[in-house]
Design a protein around this ligand. Structure first.
Ligand code: URA
Length: 294
């Protein structure tokens, strides 16, 4: 949780839904204690009274209001995304001799073909240490696409993106804007990563790994045709916007990826370490909602 100590007028201007969104993301709204009715002292005090102590922020977190239903159906050709079928972790890892080129024709694949191509990919060394590929999760009708970095340990084990602590925060952030990883259309957010395999010990993705994996993400965007992409963290930004600018310099405006609006925001794992920036992430989500007119 982080406190948001803004001016009383800012706080007063928040409606119930905005307060609920902030609470969902763990941003506490601090509200100053209402001024006590002054009672005229008979005589002037010798010393002015000390300022009233701030009321504990937790006391001012309002109960979460349910997000109003918003249904904006988007026409899509594809059917529901097939379920993840994780490879048993006992399956043998590939040796370096087994590295091969990525399957051809990724740019023509449908969802099923693409998922199979990712599952069988041996195009970089990450296939040696992975337990499962992590294709993505969500409904293909979802009109937001969230792009993260790479699977971590839990994701590698379960074959689904963002299932650890960062994923729980991501789910709360999505809930705060009336969306979820299982929602359809305007209630949904498809979640995918730049890399589909876990880098050993969660090290940073390497350029050649990103290059090998990029066509898969490109095809996911083409098939999904999202109304908006939320790029979370520097590797999503590098891949989608081809930029190494810091997140702080890229957020707050609308970028484009193949004509799709892109909003840049902090990675949830960063927000867990730097909760003070949750309010900036909230502003990014507000910009995303504005951009899609929701
Ligand atoms: N971080 C990511 O970027 N992606 C995941 O799937 C999990 C953690």
């Amino acid at each position: 949780m982080t406190d948001d100590r803004r001016s009383p007028s800012f706080v007063a201007a928040l409606d119930a839904r905005q307060r609920a969104m902030l609470a969902e993301m763990g941003v506490r709204v601090w509200t100053p204690r209402p001024a006590a009715m002054p009672s005229a002292p008979a005589t002037a005090p010798a010393h002015p009274a000390p300022p009233a102590p701030a009321v504990p922020a937790a006391a001012f977190v309002e109960p979460r209001a349910p997000a109003p239903p918003r249904v904006v159906p988007i026409a899509r050709d594809a059917g529901p995304a097939p379920a993840v079928a994780p490879r048993p972790s006992s399956a043998p890892a590939a040796t370096s001799a087994e590295l091969s080129v990525r399957p051809a024709g990724v740019d023509q694949m449908d969802w099923t073909q693409l998922r199979e191509a990712v599952a069988g990919c041996r195009a970089c060394g990450l296939c040696r240490s992975r337990n499962n590929t992590v294709f993505g999760v969500g409904e293909v009708s979802a009109d937001w696409l969230v792009v993260g970095e790479a699977p971590g340990e839990n994701e590698d084990r379960q074959g689904e993106p963002f299932v650890g602590a960062a994923g729980q925060l991501l789910d709360r952030m999505l809930h705060a804007v009336g969306r979820s990883r299982h929602g359809q259309g305007a209630q949904g957010a498809y979640i995918a990563n730049v890399l589909k395999c876990r880098p050993p010990a969660n090290r940073n993705p390497q350029p050649q790994e990103m290059a090998q994996c990029e066509p898969f993400l490109v095809r996911q965007v083409e098939l999904l045709r999202p109304r908006l992409i939320l790029a979370m963290g520097r590797f999503a930004v590098q891949s989608l916007l081809d930029s190494t600018e810091p997140i702080g310099r890229l957020r707050g405006r609308v970028h484009r990826y193949h004509d799709v609006p892109v909003i840049v925001t902090y990675h949830p794992a960063y927000l867990l370490r730097n909760p003070i920036d949750k309010r900036k992430a909230w502003a990014d989500l507000c910009l995303a909602m504005e951009t899609t007119g929701q």
